[in-house]
Write a protein that binds this ligand. Sequence first.
Ligand code: ATP
Length: 322
Amino acid sequence: MRTLTFAVLRRLADGELHSGQTLARGLAVSRGSIWNALNEARAAGVRVQRVHGRGYRLRDRLDWLDAERIHAAVAAAGLSVRVRDCCPSTNAQMLILAEAGAPSGTVLAAEMQTHGRGRLGRPWHSGLASALTFSLLWRFDKPIAGLAGLSLATGVAIVRALREHAVDAQLKWPNDLLWHECKLGGILIEVRGDALGPCLAVIGVGLNVRLGDDEKRRIDQPAADLGAVAAAARSRSDWLIDILRALVDVLRLFDARGFAPLRSEWSSYHVHQDRAVRLTLPDGERIDGIALGIDADARLLLSTPDGVRALHAGDVSLRAQP
Ligand code: ATP
């Protein structure tokens, strides 16, 4: 979505009527440009009302991120937050920033992410100002192999933050956040660096705050959003602040002691714990068994008729047995 469209939407954020002429004059563009911007906003799912002869207003309030407030709330924890209006993928952008030397603790959040990714290049859908889509850069002195449990550690941090607000969140190995078996969010970690260290991780999170009809249509599995499942309405900024604080606590622990101290807590949140599951391997092979939990290296332990197998996340996909 173009910069002008964001500028128009911010002018409309007060919920009042604004004439096309006032908007055009205020932003020093033609009325045709305003008209195009409003059409682009509508195409992105924003409900804009036109009142004949008087102008335009938003039907629903947009839940913008408050960059200054978020930054101030987490600066003491060593984080530095940037908010972008529109970004293809916060992870891809953060990898560029990391390459250019951005410090550990840099956070990039987007009001709108247009090409979000899940594992194996699968798409992650989100609308304008209706999800948390952000990436956190963390630099480690350890070898890349020492980051095996980072995705699970990240999940623990987010579940802690959500449960503080009575959201009954659970985890699905290796990277999904669920609510009552509906997908609430996902984690995508990308690592770079030396096999022997140092290395860095870009920790990407996509979390549904208010799923729009358009996203619901595009998601091909049961999904949930915080707006529907949390006890009280909270802003995206509030959720982001709490999640970032929880992440810093967990990352410091993970950095010092690895995944081991988080292992039993992770298992307590695991949706498939002690249940019959089916794993699908990259070559299509299926393994049925009982999910026993995870080992200290974050591998899933599966009890099968041939004994206990330990599986790396890799390209493996886990589901309840049909
Ligand atoms: P696995 O269980 O193997 O991780 P997955 O289907 O959960 O598989 P991911 O790569 O974690 O795959 O996530 C991408 C998938 O998530 C998409 O293919 C889509 O089915 C689903 N998805 C995309 N956007 C959303 C969203 N906003 N909310 C919930 N689910 C989504």
